[in-house]
Design a protein around this ligand. Structure first.
Ligand code: NG1
Ligand code: ZN
Length: 528
């Protein structure tokens, strides 16, 4: 650790957040207006170094992004060695550090941490990346200065998508093991995806239009296309040089919430289109029909497609592995019914936040998880992977199925939801089934639904249970919601405090569009 004097000199460069009630490491790490973040970033640099020392020098990732938030925001998330989210018990350390009031307090915290865990002589390795937000460059310097307080080795990837950094971290930490995840650089990432995509699709050529949200995903998906001859890619909203364009009137969040086309995508009947969010860890698909009507295929549609395909493939291969699906309360009720009743697969519901879904999916041999907003992936358990790779096919049909399964385990980013990798997975499945988005969409009909943000004086009074589907506080509110919901055919509605915004979210779905809208309004009135 630096001497206190050196530490103090560094620390004064980075102003502390002026936020009432402090700042908290939540489901999306720290996220706020970029003004509030220099000191927070400095702390995250230190914490990443402590975590790396604590884990015997394994590389820890630091991703600087605010995903789909407005351009003036930024944020930071730490990535654990296998590419997973920071272990939950360390989130409190992050919060404690970021809320230190003085340099002395922070210095004492770090010193005591080092003493308690005997981290004096350990080495630290850190890898950071950022999205295209202009504030990212300065904030990255704060991360580096924090990490340097503990004499860390730093690998600066600079511009990457969030899932690319998750890939790099896992690749770095497995490179000298018997099971390396991939080459830990961009070329390695593209090559891994392009190789499996190419081995599956051979000389096919698949067209897709990608709305890059004017963010980092636009640049990176174009890089991939250069080494992937099967992909006939059109990228729109790639203006990363216009900082205020990020996520504005475009991107996965805009399309999902507004349920309409983003800027610069013209309605061409049945054209295959998708939108990434600002850091390319979310994707939604959509098309317009011959009447220019917009049709959205969100995270629920992606997970049902993937679950169906993998279920059938496993059966064809003769591999003994069960497929399960993990959703949140925001999943469309029609999708949950379809998985249970038509696909005959297990569905689990967890609280909002990718880490909950990810952990739950790890309990299946093959766990498919997606949030309705388009964040998700597929996880293969170590036992399932062993089976798939050691399996000896008994027939040519089995061999074809096993080969495809093997390629899919390479194509899917198993560290975290990845818009680029998810896009390729969907294209492979559609190509195998010879489906357009229309056939995919017709598997089941989404119930009309509405998501509303309700501003309340204090969202902390809203406490939930049953994977956030029921309120236990304020007392009596759930009973009032239930009695309203009862009046609507196929009605379902719930309210919970957002983890990323100062608001309560109300979700409602019902048999018809007017009913869903009315239900949303009535429950919002009860909440506010
Ligand atoms: P909150 O603000 O807690 O609802 C939102 C998304 C989550 C997740 C996180 C992290 C919805 C309804 N909620 O959480 O799914 O993506 O942000 O980015 O979309
Ligand atoms: Zn994102």
């Amino acid at each position: 650790l630096l001497s206190y004097e050196d530490f103090e000199k560094l620390e004064v460069q980075y102003p502390k957040p002026q936020i009432n009630g402090g700042i908290r490491y939540g489901t999306a790490g720290f996220r706020s207006n970029s003004r509030d973040l220099p000191f927070v970033m400095f702390c995250c640099g230190i914490l990443a170094a402590l975590r790396s020392r604590y884990l015997g020098g394994q590389t820890i990732g630091v991703m600087i992004t605010a995903s789909h938030n407005p351009p003036g925001d930024n944020g930071v998330k730490l990535i654990d060695p296998q590419g997973e989210m920071l272990e939950q018990s360390w989130e409190v350390h992050a919060t404690d550090m970021a809320n230190c009031q003085t340099a002395k307090q922070l210095y004492e915290f770090v010193k005591q941490f080092i003493d308690t865990y005997k981290l004096h002589d350990a080495v630290a390795n850190i890898a950071w990346a950022r999205d295209t937000r202009p504030s990212g460059e300065y904030l990255a310097r704060a991360v580096e200065d924090g990490a340097h307080c503990l004499k860390s080795n730093i690998r600066a990837y600079k511009l990457l998508t969030t899932p690319q950094l998750h890939y790099m971290v896992r690749a770095l930490n497995t490179q000298s093991t018997t099971n390396p995840y991939g080459q830990p650089d961009e070329e390695g990432y593209y090559r891994k995806l392009a190789k499996s995509f190419g081995s599956i699709l051979k000389d096919a050529k698949i067209s897709i239009t990608v709305d890059g949200a004017n963010g980092v995903g636009a640049i990176k998906v174009a890089e991939l296309a250069k080494v992937c001859p099967q992909l006939d890619l059109t990228v729109v909203n790639y203006h990363t040089d216009v900082p205020n364009a990020l996520n504005v009137e475009c991107g996965a969040d805009f399309v999902k919430v507004q349920q309409r086309l983003p800027n610069n995508v013209k309605p061409e009947p049945f054209k295959t289109c998708c939108s990434f969010d600002g850091d390319a860890d979310r994707i939604v698909f959509y098309y317009t029909d011959s009447e220019s009507k917009f049709h959205l295929l969100d995270g629920d549609k992606i997970s049902t497609l993937a679950a169906m395909f993998l279920r059938d493939l496993v059966a064809q291969a003769g591999v003994n592995a069960t497929v399960g699906v993990v959703q949140t309360a925001y999943a469309n009720g029609a999708s949950s019914d379809y998985i249970r009743d038509n696909l005959k697969l297990a569905v689990e519901v967890t609280p909002t936040g990718v880490k909950h879904l990810h952990h739950s999916a790890q309990r299946f041999d093959i766990g498919v998880y997606f949030e309705a907003n388009g964040h998700g992936t597929v996880l293969f358990s170590p036992e399932a992977l062993t089976q798939i790779f050691q399996y000896e096919a008994q027939s040519p049909a089995q061999k074809t199925a096993v080969d495809l399964l093997r390629s899919l385990t390479e194509l899917i980013n198993q560290t975290v939801g990845d818009a680029i990798s998810d896009m390729m997975l969907v294209l492979v499945i559609l190509s195998y089934k010879n489906w357009t988005l229309k056939e995919w969409d017709s598997e089941y009909n989404d119930l009309p639904n509405r998501l509303v943000k309700v501003l309340v004086p204090d969202r902390r009074i809203f406490e939930t249970t049953d994977a956030e589907r029921k309120l236990i506080k304020p007392e009596g509110l759930q009973a009032r919601i239930d009695s309203v919901v009862k009046k609507y055919s196929k009605g379902r509605s719930f309210a919970r405090a957002s983890g990323t915004e100062d608001a309560v979210r109300v979700y409602a779905e019902a048999q018809t569009r007017p009913e869903a809208d009315e239900l949303a309004v009535r429950v919002s009135e009860l909440v506010s």
